[in-house]
Design a protein around this ligand. Sequence first.
Ligand code: CTP
Ligand code: MG
Length: 215
Amino acid sequence: MAVVGIVPAAGSGERLGADGPNAFVVCAGKPLVEWSLEVLSEVCERVVVAVPPGVQLGADRVLGGAVRSESVRIALAAAPEAEIAVVHDAARPLLTRSLVERCVQAVRDGWDGAVAAAPMADTVKQAAPDGRVERTLDRSRLWSIQTPQVFRADVLRRALEVPAGVLAAATDDASLVEAAGGAVCVVESPPENLKVTRRVDLLLAETLLRDRAGC
Ligand code: CTP
Ligand code: MG
């Protein structure tokens, strides 16, 4: 089955507050997105990146959309040959080959989708708008969801065919697949699979990537 990587890298990186989009901020010696592309290219036949305006376009570099899931939809449309889609945020540079392979294997085994996930380390409470705690959730069954998120490409294509408002409200692609009736499983990720959202994350990622690369 044709395995294609889909990398949303078209965000503006407002919370990071760097000079440009966070996917292209230099981290441990290269643009953030390059770390993920290196790993994805070991597992995927091709990787399509959704980039922000101002970045050179090409067959594997398409202009992203206004919201994240729209960027995913546009990049996936550029890979009609894809049978398995490996969606991975450029903002998670500490991706490992083993994590990608375990998610891909879960889809080969019959799941519609398999998502990288971390067991909840904190206690989780639900609170009302005034701050009053309503209940404490059972964290033993709660997972914090990350990328990679791997799907049967046909299932993901259908799930992304929703009105713009629904696409904009989706905080991940798996939720769209779930809403369309797809069966999705969690795959436990290593603790370092962090997302670079704010400056503190960038500093941590820099340290971990340098440690990994031995530099
Ligand atoms: N992304 C994208 N297209 C968008 C918005 C986001 O491809 N229209 C990508 C980002 O580049 C990132 C991933 O989706 O790799 C996760 O998004 P997020 O962490 O929110 O990054 P940004 O949107 O860039 O940051 P911010 O929300 O702080 O502006
Ligand atoms: Mg964003």
